[in-house]
Design a protein around this ligand. Sequence first.
Ligand SMILES: Nc1ncnc2c1ncn2[C@@H]1O[C@H](COP(=O)(O)OP(=O)(O)OP(=O)(O)O)[C@@H](O)[C@H]1O
Ligand SMILES: N[C@@H](CCO)C(=O)O
Length: 323
Amino acid sequence: MAVFTALDEDELAAFLQAYGLSSDATRTPLEGGVSNSNWCLDFGILSPALVLTVIEPPIARSELDFVFAFQRHLDAKGLPLAAPLGRSDGSLWGTLAGKPALLSPFLPGTVAVAPDSRQAGQMGELLARMHLDAADFTPRRSNPMGLPDMAAIVRRLDPLAIETAVPGLAADLASAFSEALDDWPQGLPAGAVHCDLFPDNVLFAGPRLSGAIDFYFSCTAPFAYDLAMTHAAWCFTPGDSVFREDVSAALLDAYARSRALSSGERAALPLLARVACLRILATRLRDWISPPEGASVTAKHPAEFAQRLRFYSGDRGARAFAP
Ligand SMILES: Nc1ncnc2c1ncn2[C@@H]1O[C@H](COP(=O)(O)OP(=O)(O)OP(=O)(O)O)[C@@H](O)[C@H]1O
Ligand SMILES: N[C@@H](CCO)C(=O)O
């Protein structure tokens, strides 16, 4: 979280009452994220722990309904995730300090900093199940970080600052954007997808995946794009971005065992992985070059995804997705 929202105790008590809960809970801040404020609420032995989230921009209030309905849809199918709890009046969120706020179950475990192939296999299986279960979810949300949005972010950045952050990156960005605009694959199977399934959005309790969090970028997009984004996020060593062939094979094999990829999807994966890198580069460059006002966490350096973009532009990147 960048800044913790200050909570008013009376307002919080009224908020909890809307869920039929007392305010008699121990509140512990959850560190780790960059945008929202999260606390663990512990009500003692009588009821399970919950997470209180106060949502910060960039998501528009009008788009929260899609995000929460998608989570509840997957939850109803039995997938492991922290879906928002319903309030006494049937709504899924209220407000605290003038911002959208919600409660969800506390998932046990920790995130995998450098996921191994067993963890990636579980991720691949869950991702495929999410995509299959999205088939009968009808609401739509256009991608808030689609190609035009990322291009607009990058256009607003000083090219010199981009070059200072990562030498040579401006030219790589220009050619990847132009290729993506010219060759974006049409007609791929699409539906509601998570679109931000980084290892820090998936918890493991011991060896078992306990659930996915942070659905705020979920939207309607090709399933293969979500797979490419997850691949770019999971299959490299943190920091130096060395490709992990074993992790990649485990993720892709587990995915394909549950949801077969069409030949069109497989062929599109290298380009979609490059676009996934562009999307992460856009926000990481923006936050690196102009950190949000008041931010108390260090922005993530863009170099990692510059290296991954280069990987997916080469032969090894193309081979990573071969059957
Ligand atoms: N339902 C949950 N159960 C257990 N822990 C949670 C839950 N929700 C959030 N957390 C913890 O809080 C941390 C921050 O949450 P989250 O990732 O939602 O914040 P964020 O600000 O949206 O982060 P980012 O934008 O970087 O993904 C997570 O890394 C996780 O450890
Ligand atoms: N998952 C993104 C942050 C959300 O946009 C990143 O690691 O840069």
